[in-house]
Design a binder for this molecule. Sequence first.
Ligand code: FES
Length: 174
Amino acid sequence: MSLIEKYGAEIESIIARYPHKRSAVLPLLFIAQDEYGYLTDAAMREVATLLDMPPTDVFEVAGFYSLLYEQPVGRWVLQVCDDVPCAFCGAEDLIAALQAKLGIAVDQTTPDGMFTLQRVKCLADCDHAPVLQANLEYYHDLTTPEKVDAVLAELRRRAESGEKLSISGRYADR
Ligand code: FES
């Protein structure tokens, strides 16, 4: 089923917010990556068609933003800020702890498809460093292994409870 068949009313209401259709490219890409799990070539071409844009313009947008994924990702995308303030407050220890607990390296996904681990730059939450963003939810002051364990357990519990998750953060204002 195509995006417009499944999300027609939502897509039309998003496009109606903007004076130019192409301005709706980000919210439509978020819908597409939630639907397909990541931005496949076909998904980006579908968005381009909906917005009367050249596909190459959509590919450029997808390649620019760290919240748009062109490769398959887990149900939770864990993005750790490794910028200077977070680095001073233990970002590398946090990344090492996540790698050890999940058994993956940065830019990999756990075999069960639950978690993808990524590095990102400043998440604008420097006064609570080190910071982890899980989909679009922030977890602050992750300075001990116990805090990391608690976050991973909570995220896993929520995924296994059947909660509707969005790697694009579309339901983050629950
Ligand atoms: S440096 Fe990490 S949130 Fe700003």
